[in-house]
Design a binder for this molecule. Structure first.
Ligand SMILES: Cc1cc2nc3c(=O)[nH]c(=O)nc-3n(C[C@H](O)[C@H](O)[C@H](O)COP(=O)(O)O)c2cc1C
Length: 228
């Protein structure tokens, strides 16, 4: 019995490695017809090609987004994924396609992405575009998934202040052919403005994201990436 299950496990692993290699080769071929073939193959073998490489990128001024990034990391680890976590300025050119899942986190600054996030997205989109890797009408690539997370305080109008940031990041990944698995909006204390953290639309948000918020993020991550 043990021999049979070991043999089955080895067979599964060989199939996985072979398919991943095949997909990586096809992914390098810059042609829409190949991309389609590549998509069909991945759908047929969806069960065999489990995601296991994840990149978490974040920008964080006062650590709220960093805390959420670390909670996501814990969740992904519990699902047995290999995780690389980087600040936005540590990302190398063309790095994004090296992962099955990219989690991208940003705070909200004056209802918009902060300048380093905005610049990162603008420059990277241009790089991919210049390399002919942005297609019309942005076909989805297999095994390229993105999770977007935004932290915000929403002092005046709640989540409406954060949605443009999440949507801006979302369209960036969609341009690159990523499948968006979710957008999360997490409350974070406005560290430099006490009134904004106590008397705003979201109420008293001091200390957030707190232990419960982060435990929930971890749990959501486990559930979301388990079903991929
Ligand atoms: C200069 C500045 C401007 C901000 N503007 C907004 C805003 O317009 N809307 C909002 O919801 N939160 C705003 N925030 C709050 C941050 O988005 C929130 O605290 C976030 O969690 C900070 O993340 P970080 O600690 O990772 O930098 C602002 C914070 C700062 C410091």
């Amino acid at each position: 019995m043990i021999y049979i299950s070991t043999a089955m496990a080895i067979k599964e692993r060989v199939v996985q490695v072979f398919l991943k290699l095949f997909i990586k080769i096809l992914a390098r071929i810059n042609n829409r017809r190949f991309l389609r073939i590549f998509f069909i193959i991945s759908q047929i073998f969806k069960e065999e090609i489990k995601m296991n490489n994840a990149l978490i990128i974040y920008f964080s001024k006062t650590n709220n987004t960093k805390k959420v990034a670390l909670a996501i990391k814990k969740g992904l680890e519990k699902n047995g994924m290999n995780i690389t976590i980087k600040k936005i300025d540590e990302i190398k050119e063309k790095e994004l396609y090296n992962y099955d899942l990219v989690c991208f986190g940003s705070p909200v600054v004056h209802s918009l992405p902060p300048t380093p996030v905005f610049e990162f997205l603008k420059n990277n989109k241009k790089n991919y575009q210049d390399n002919g890797e942005v297609y019309l009408p942005a076909p989805k690539l297999p095994n390229k998934n993105a999770l977007i997370f935004v932290t915000y305080s929403g002092p005046h109008c709640g989540i409406s202040e954060a949605l443009p940031v999440g949507k801006y990041i979302r369209q960036f990944f969609e341009h690159l052919g990523f499948n968006i698995i979710d957008e999360w909006y997490e409350i974070g204390e406005f560290h430099s403005w006490e009134e904004g953290s106590t008397k705003g639309t979201m109420g008293d948000i001091r200390g957030r994201p707190n232990t419960e918020d982060l435990a929930l993020v971890e749990l959501k991550t486990i559930q979301l990436t388990k079903s991929l």
